[in-house]
Structure formats: structure tokens, C-alpha cells
Design a protein around this ligand. Structure first.
Ligand code: CA
Length: 623
């Protein structure tokens, strides 16, 4: 009897184990992969192939079963790391909705998840990009305004906020931008380019945002993905476009995949840390040495930023889809691409072409930081390049003109110095397929502040900004210029990116208000606001032709004109009043009786001899 009982108990025991095993297997079957990226997609996109990165322990050896109407599995790729599976779907016939993916091993489902194809918002494909009708305000989210004190420090994230460290995080965020949209609008801007807002969970130097550690997530210290979407919507209500900063050249050293790279060639590997040469000229140099080209392309941007290998076709697709995901998800109107010449140029062209096919009216501006028009023009889409290269980029930053601006207003007038530099730079516009879509600027977050380059002379700054706002192209200004912020590059990048006064509740002054600015700052603020609000509605300053006259006696005169009107700009960079013989400009003033300066309201009759005030810009409507 006792023996029987024992056997019975033993039976119960083993039954319990079986049941427990069964339950645990079932629990296992409920498990979702750690990551599926993109986290969702949309039905009805132009491109019909969707690549999914699926990340989970040992998922590489599982078999995929997919049940979804109209969704076809094209290819499933396992890679060197056993913890990834890349799934390629054909969604050309898919409708919006959810489908299920099961990943099984030996007929046991080990992972499963639902995937959603969302409905696209109406008109999503035809959103308008930014263009010459716009004026762009560049701001760095961590340094602009702190709209949410509760996100300054996030427990699980490495770097905490510390405003006393110039290179630390200061707590600015997306809510801070939303709070000040009216300020930006009043100043006359219609677009914001912000430095990256994507997660940078690294131990230091994370405030600038260029060391991404998760491509699908806004940094929690700046807000959430939903906050970002809200920023785009709120800005749109005020007639402001959002231009998102993106980076394909590198990611952050602490990116989640760095601990478990899908493939060994995902990033460029070097025995010892090897930095890029930053020599962008090697890309177009017909005499280039392969060793130089390799260093430029494959060297790391810095120790904290591993160099991505976009020749890996899986990574290439991952990056391309990521950019489209953000456009579709958030509703942005433009992309500013960082370090344009550093990734493989064939990949960059594939990317831009893909995005522009998806959104034909969209705008991408590439940062090809090169000193000559012959180099920068190579990167504007449609350029007649010697090697047939087409970048498909609608816009590039006019770096040659930036250099000219920072020199022209400081130099003595001579054959080849002074304002002639502006003229000479612009006269090379024949190299660009579309000079009217170049972004024109006097500084950005990476260089000496314009006010500093111009020896902190507000008169020079007024001249330079007037030029930037009225010559051809899309004007861009770095936040803080309006309140005469200074900053020198070689003294540390943090110092060119100082906090905007008043962006933090305890700030002693609030420069977002007229009262918080001194008279010199208000004078500059008013000048910018007046000029940009005028420009906003003046078609002739957007796409009107440019005709300029060779500068003489340090005075640069040019005209913007179309069939309906003509605006004349006079840039007098002399320390004294000048008498200007207007008959020289007869071919542009013929048919007009006089002009009105839109800055001072002063009127001029006839075009004979005009008295021009020292160091003063004039913007004149011909009548
Ligand atoms: Ca904050």
C-alpha cells in the first residue's frame, strides 16, 4: 500500500513537472521579440518593400510564419549574430491593419508579435518641403528653452543635466521649442532647423545630439516621439516648417547594437582608433589616392561615433527606412543631412532618390562643408558632374558664400578683398543646377558665431544679415544672433551653443521679451523682424532674378526682379557716408521714377546721385 502511494505521488510529481513545463512553454510562446524596427509602417507607400529588423535571443535560427492579408514574405535573412532576423516583405497589396508574425523552432513558437501597417494621413505623400519662400531659424534643443523641468534628468540615462558645464546637458527640450513658436514667428522665420533630437544615451557630450543610440526614439531628456509630432503640428499651425537633422555617417558608441553587431561589417572596424581625415575634397578628386579616400570614408568621426558601413545593404535599407519613418510619422517638411560627403556617395544618392520618390515635393538639404562652389555644387541634385553623379538633393548649404560673408565685411576694399568676395562667390552660380534653392547663412552651431566673426560690430552684422536675407537662396540664421550672442569655435563648442537667456525659469533676464533685451539687442531684433516679415510676403525676394553689379568703393548693389516688381539692395561697407552715382544701374532702374527704403521709410526721387549713409544696409522698393 505504502509503495503504491509512493508511486502515485511520484506520478503526481512528474505530472506537475509536465504541466509546469507546458505552462512555461506557453509563456515562452507569448514572448515578443525585444525589438522590431521600424516599430510600425504604413500601407500605400510608394515603395513596396519593407525590411524589418527583428531582435531577440537566438531568433536567427527560427522559422517565420506570417499571416496577413496582402503581405508577402520575400526574403528572411539570418546574419552573423544569432540574435537578429531581417525580414523583407512585399506590401504592395497590403491594406492598413495588423498582421501576426510567429517565429518557431522545432515546431514550437518561441516568439510572436503583431505588426501594424497604419493608414497614411491624407496628402502625406505631397507635403511641401521648405524653399526660397522660407527663412530658417537654427536652434539647438538642449540650449534653447527648458519647457519641462521633469525630464532634465532621466534615471536610466547616463548623462545628467549640469548647466555649469559648457559641454554638458542643460535641460532644454521640445516643449521649450513649442512654448516659443510665437517668438520665432514674430521674428519673421517660417522654418526651424533643429539639431538632432534622437536618443544619445552616452556618458558625455550628448547635448548636441549627433551620437545616436536608438534611431527610432526621441531622447527622453528632450521629450517623447509624441511630443515631437506635436511640435511639428503646433509649428504647422503657425506657418512654420520643421527641418529634422539626420545623420547616416555614424552612430553613438553606446548605440544598443554596438554590444551585439548584426554583422562584423556593420561599422568600419580598425585595429586602433582611426579618425576620418575630414578631407571632403578626396571624394571628387580625380587624382585621389585610395588610402586617402578610405580614411576619409571609413575613419571614425570621433571616438564616440563609430563609422557606419552603408555598403552593407541591410544597414543601408535600415537607414533609408528610418528617415522615411520619421517623415511619415512626424509630418516634417524637410531633412538636414549631416556630414553629406562622409558616407558612400552612391548610398547617399540611393537614399535621397528613395525619399524624393516617396515625397516628390519634399526638401533635403545636405551639409557638404566644402570651401568652393565647384565642390559644393557637386552635391546638388541634377548637377552636370564629370562622373555623372547625381545626389538627388534638392538643396545644399552655401558654404563658399558663408566663408565670403565672414571675410567680406572685415577686409579692406581692394581688387580681391572686401565685398568683391560676395560678388565672386555668387558669380560662380553657373555651377549649381539651382542656386535659388541654396541655403545661405553666416554661421551655424559648428563655427564662430557670426557676430564674433564680424568683430562684434552690430553695424557689420546688420549688413551681413541684410545680404543673407535678400540675396538669392533660402536664408538661415542661428538662434541667438538676434540678441548679439558671441562665441569662438576654438574655445570649445559648448560656448558657441550657449543657453538662450530666459529659456530657463530662474534666468535673470528673459531675452524672449522686449523688456529682457537691451537697446542694442532690440535694435538688431527689430531689424531682423522687419526685414524677414517683409521678405515673407515679397515674392520677388523668393524667386525674383538676381542682377548684381561689381562692387565699387566698397559698395555692393544688386537687384531682385520679376515681371511685377524690383527690389534694390545697397550694401555700403564704408565707415563714411558716400555719394553713389546711380546712372550706373540704369539697366535695372529704367522705367522707375524713384525708390522707398523699406527699413527707414525714406524715399528717393530719380536715379542720379544718392547720398548713402555709412555702414548701413538699404533695401529699396522701386516705384
Ligand atoms: Ca527639460
Amino acid at each position: 500500500m505504502e509503495k503504491r502511494m509512493k508511486t502515485f505521488f511520484n506520478f503526481l510529481k512528474s505530472a506537475a513537472i509536465v504541466v509546469a513545463l507546458f505552462i512555461s512553454l506557453n509563456i515562452l510562446a507569448q514572448k515578443s521579440p525585444e525589438r522590431v524596427e521600424p516599430p510600425f509602417w504604413w500601407a500605400g507607400m510608394y515603395h513596396s518593400e519593407l525590411q524589418l529588423l527583428v531582435y531577440a535571443e537566438d531568433i536567427g535560427s527560427t522559422r517565420l510564419e506570417l499571416t496577413g492579408k496582402g503581405v508577402k514574405v520575400k526574403e528572411v535573412i539570418a546574419v552573423e549574430s544569432p540574435n537578429y532576423l531581417f525580414v523583407y516583405l512585399d506590401i504592395s497589396n497590403a491594406t492598413a491593419g495588423k498582421f501576426e508574425m510567429k517565429f518557431s523552432k522545432l515546431n514550437e513558437v518561441v516568439y510572436k508579435c503583431e505588426y501594424e501597417l497604419k493608414e497614411r494621413e491624407e496628402g502625406s505623400a505631397y507635403r511641401l518641403g521648405f524653399n526660397a519662400t522660407d527663412a530658417i531659424y537654427l536652434l539647438m534643443p538642449d540650449r534653447f528653452s527648458n519647457g519641462d523641468l521633469s525630464n532634465d534628468n532621466i534615471d536610466w540615462m547616463m548623462e545628467k543635466s549640469n548647466r555649469s558645464n559648457a559641454d554638458g546637458r542643460h535641460g532644454g527640450d521640445i516643449q521649450g521649442i513649442i512654448n516659443n513658436l510665437d517668438y520665432i514667428k514674430d521674428l519673421g522665420f517660417t522654418a526651424i532647423w533643429h539639431n538632432p533630437v534622437i536618443e544619445n544615451n552616452q556618458p558625455q557630450y550628448t547635448y548636441h545630439g549627433y551620437a545616436i543610440t536608438d534611431f527610432y526614439k526621441v531622447d527622453e531628456r528632450l521629450g517623447t516621439n509624441e511630443d515631437y509630432k506635436r511640435l511639428v503640428a503646433e509649428a504647422d499651425k503657425k506657418g512654420i516648417s520643421i527641418i529634422k537633422d539626420m545623420i547616416f555617417n555614424h552612430c553613438g558608441l553606446y548605440h544598443w547594437w554596438m554590444k551585439d553587431l548584426p554583422t562584423n561589417d556593420w561599422v568600419h572596424q580598425w585595429g586602433d582608433y582611426t579618425r576620418t581625415t575630414y578631407r571632403g575634397t578626396t571624394i571628387v578628386d580625380p587624382h585621389v589616392a585610395q588610402a586617402d579616400l578610405d580614411l576619409m570614408l571609413k575613419g571614425w568621426f570621433d571616438r564616440w561615433m563609430p563609422d557606419l558601413n552603408q555598403r552593407n545593404r541591410i544597414l543601408a535599407k535600415y537607414l533609408i527606412q528610418n528617415s522615411v519613418w520619421w517623415v511619415e510619422y512626424s509630418g516634417i517638411n524637410g531633412i538636414r543631412m549631416d556630414t553629406q560627403p562622409y558616407p558612400y556617395k552612391d548610398f547617399m544618392a540611393d537614399w535621397a532618390e528613395y525619399v524624393m520618390l516617396e515625397y516628390p515635393n519634399f526638401t533635403i538639404v545636405g551639409e557638404a562643408w566644402l570651401p568652393y562652389p565647384s565642390l559644393v555644387s557637386y552635391y546638388q541634385g541634377g548637377a552636370l558632374n564629370f562622373d555623372g553623379y547625381n545626389s538627388y538633393l534638392p538643396s545644399v548649404f552655401d558654404f563658399p558664400l558663408y566663408y565670403a560673408i565672414t571675410e567680406a565685411f572685415n577686409e579692406k576694399d581692394s581688387w580681391d578683398t572686401g565685398l568683391i568676395k560676395l560678388y565672386n562667390s555668387i558669380s560662380q552660380d553657373f555651377l549649381y543646377p539651382n542656386p535659388y534653392e541654396l541655403v545661405v547663412f553666416g554661421d551655424n552651431h559648428d563655427v564662430d558665431r557670426l557676430f564674433t566673426s564680424l568683430k562684434e560690430d552690430p553695424r557689420k552684422l546688420k549688413l551681413a544679415l541684410t545680404f543673407i536675407f535678400t540675396t538669392r537662396g533660402i536664408p538661415m540664421m542661428y538662434s541667438g544672433t538676434e540678441i548679439l550672442m558671441s562665441g569662438i569655435e576654438h574655445k570649445g563648442h559648448g560656448l558657441m551653443r550657449k543657453d538662450f537667456p530666459g529659456g530657463w525659469p530662474a534666468d535673470p533676464v528673459n531675452a524672449f521679451t522686449k523688456k529682457g533685451r537691451n537697446s542694442q539687442q532690440n535694435e538688431m531684433w527689430d531689424h531682423i523682424s522687419k526685414l524677414l516679415n517683409y521678405r515673407k510676403v515679397k515674392e520677388v525676394l523668393h524667386y525674383g532674378w538676381l542682377k548684381h553689379f561689381v562692387p565699387q568703393e566698397n559698395i555692393y548693389v544688386y537687384f531682385r526682379y520679376n515681371d511685377n516688381e524690383t527690389v534694390m539692395v545697397i550694401i555700403n561697407s564704408n565707415e563714411k557716408n558716400m555719394e553713389l552715382d546711380m546712372t550706373r544701374f540704369a539697366e535695372a532702374t529704367n522705367g522707375f521714377s524713384g525708390a522707398k527704403d523699406i527699413i527707414t521709410g525714406k524715399t528717393f526721387e530719380g536715379f542720379k546721385k544718392w547720398n548713402i549713409p555709412a555702414m548701413t544696409p538699404m533695401v529699396l522698393e522701386l516705384k
